[in-house]
Design a protein around this ligand. Structure first.
Ligand code: HCA
Ligand code: CU
Length: 393
């Protein structure tokens, strides 16, 4: 059979786009800005190990928040992971000194460059902001750090100023520039235009950091990638300030499945990463969350059950196992006679069509809601196949 996703991929038009698209995971920095979340040092270290093994390219952490964060940063840097450990701080020398004290090789510094940030937060003018940025970047560079500069609130800043700032940073041989949509106000087309404008101005590698205030974070980040950025910022389950940023799971699967990017993520760890976060924060992952939610591979309506029991690809774009999740089937008032037939068969009862119809009718008539949920694990799938061969289902 032809790949069931074949035509969709033609519409998506990503065939041939096989470059690597990087992920910076910021669970330990942006993620800790989520209301109610604070990790212990041990938890931060464990999360960093897991993210590294999963295959993200960079891991962001802020050592400047507290002594505790500084200790975690030092320990993680000493661990010698494959991912770059990017220390995050304000564009001031004191924060750079803390990064240096941690043994950092990478540092990301940020400065609000929209008028509202300059006026109310920093209380300085555009020229002074730029000269402060130059000072701090020169300071970082002179200490041998690899540097990223974040043009905070770039999506609401004057485009001429954004370009001017980017040109200065490029002149200073900055290693990366992050273009954030700090307040989550962009439409994908807008994010495309913003990133394209910077891309056409300078050749510094670009990151995109998109907030999810309107539910468009990942769509916007992808638009940024399409415009020439090469790294997306994520967090596990998308946690972060307010509504957070793109979730690692969705991003990694989109890059693998849609972009066919040259990434080597261990996607099967995604559900476990999400469970780890749940365990450390006490915040439950919404069951409707794409990829890692408990309902992401649940099938309920009778027509769906009938199809999925024969060929899961009828209603699934990837196998749940490949992302560490499970397929489940829900028997209830929507099960229909095909679902009922399968249920009778499973329970070892007389699985003839009359009984199945009676059961399906009973489920509907009694308004029993969802009666039963079954993990459709490998063994069960094998049984379905065997039963199909015997002509039982
Ligand atoms: C912040 C701002 C930031 C920075 C993003 C980045 C944003 O909370 O410090 O450094 O790439 O959204 O602008 O998270
Ligand atoms: Cu942010």
């Amino acid at each position: 059979m032809q790949d069931p996703n074949y035509y969709a991929m033609l519409y998506n038009n990503f065939n041939g786009n096989e470059k690597k698209i990087k992920i910076l995971d910021s669970t330990l920095r942006e993620g800790e800005q989520h209301p109610g979340i604070s990790f212990t040092v041990k938890q931060r270290v464990q999360i960093a190990w897991m993210l590294d093994y999963f295959g993200v390219d960079q891991i962001e952490i802020s050592p400047v928040i507290s002594k505790d964060h500084e200790e975690a940063t030092k320990t993680i840097i000493k661990a010698g992971l494959s991912a770059d450990i990017v220390t995050h701080g304000r564009a001031i020398k004191q924060d750079v000194d803390i990064a240096l004290r941690c043994g950092a090789s990478w540092m990301a510094t940020y400065m609000g460059i929209s008028d509202v940030h300059l006026r109310t937060k920093l209380k300085i003018g555009r020229e002074e902001a730029l000269s402060r940025a130059i000072d701090v970047v020169e300071y970082m560079k002179s200490h041998g750090l690899k540097c990223r500069f974040t043009l905070e609130d770039a999506s609401r800043a004057d485009p001429e100023y954004v370009k001017k700032f980017a040109k200065e940073l490029n002149r200073l041989k900055i290693d990366r520039i992050s273009i954030p949509d700090t307040v989550g106000i962009m439409h994908p087309k807008g994010m495309y235009n913003l990133v394209k404008m910077v891309r056409d101005t300078i050749d510094t590698p670009l990151d995109v950091h998109c907030h999810n205030d309107l539910g468009l974070a990942l769509a916007n980040a992808l638009a940024g990638i399409d415009a020439g950025a090469e790294q997306i910022h994520t967090t596990i389950d998308g946690i972060g300030e307010r509504n957070g940023i793109p979730a690692l799971a969705e991003t990694a699967v989109v890059l693998t499945l849609l972009y066919r990017a040259r990434d080597n993520f261990r996607l099967y760890m995604l559900k476990d990463l999400s469970k780890l976060l749940e365990q450390y924060t006490g915040i439950r992952t919404p069951e409707s969350k794409p990829i890692v939610g408990d309902s992401a591979f649940k099938h309920k309506a009778g027509t769906h059950l009938a199809a999925v029991l024969k060929e899961p690809a009828a209603y699934e774009i990837i196998s749940p196992k490949s992302v560490g999740n499970r397929r489940r089937i829900v028997f209830g008032e929507l099960a229909g006679k095909n679902g009922a037939l399968f249920l009778l068969n499973l329970l070892g009862l007389n699985a003839d069509i009359k009984n199945a119809e009676r059961l399906a009718y009973g489920l509907k008539d009694l308004r029993m809601g969802d009666l039963l949920e079954i993990n459709l694990d490998d063994e069960l799938e094998q049984r379905i196949i065997r039963n199909e061969e015997k002509g039982v289902v």
